[in-house]
Design a protein around this ligand. Sequence first.
Ligand SMILES: [Zn+2]
Length: 127
Amino acid sequence: MAGRYLLRACTTLRFTNQHVAARPLQRTMGTVNGIPTDDEQATGLERRALEALKKGKDPYSMMKPKQYAGTQAEPHIVPSIGNKRMVGCLCEEDNTSIVWFWLHEGTAQRCPSCGSHYKLIHHELPH
Ligand SMILES: [Zn+2]
């Protein structure tokens, strides 16, 4: 109620008396251009992630992993911070069991059951 009277008084003052400096009636988000975007207001870890995504990198594994054929020429890429990693292969789409095996750094290895190729790639943590 009081806000409505204040609003009416401000608009009346603004249009009748040109000597009085009226304050703007609407509250803005602090910029002339409107609501700031994620790029403008991101800080810290979020800003580093956005800058890395612009360069085409995905240091925090936020994007969907790329699909590989699993052949010798295009093996499944398995990122790891160590020199080996446990890999589970769901050999066929309808299988109810997973074949687990250790994947070591170096040349591509094959799944012992279906023969799909997997290659371990060293991955550095971003922090
Ligand atoms: Zn398999």
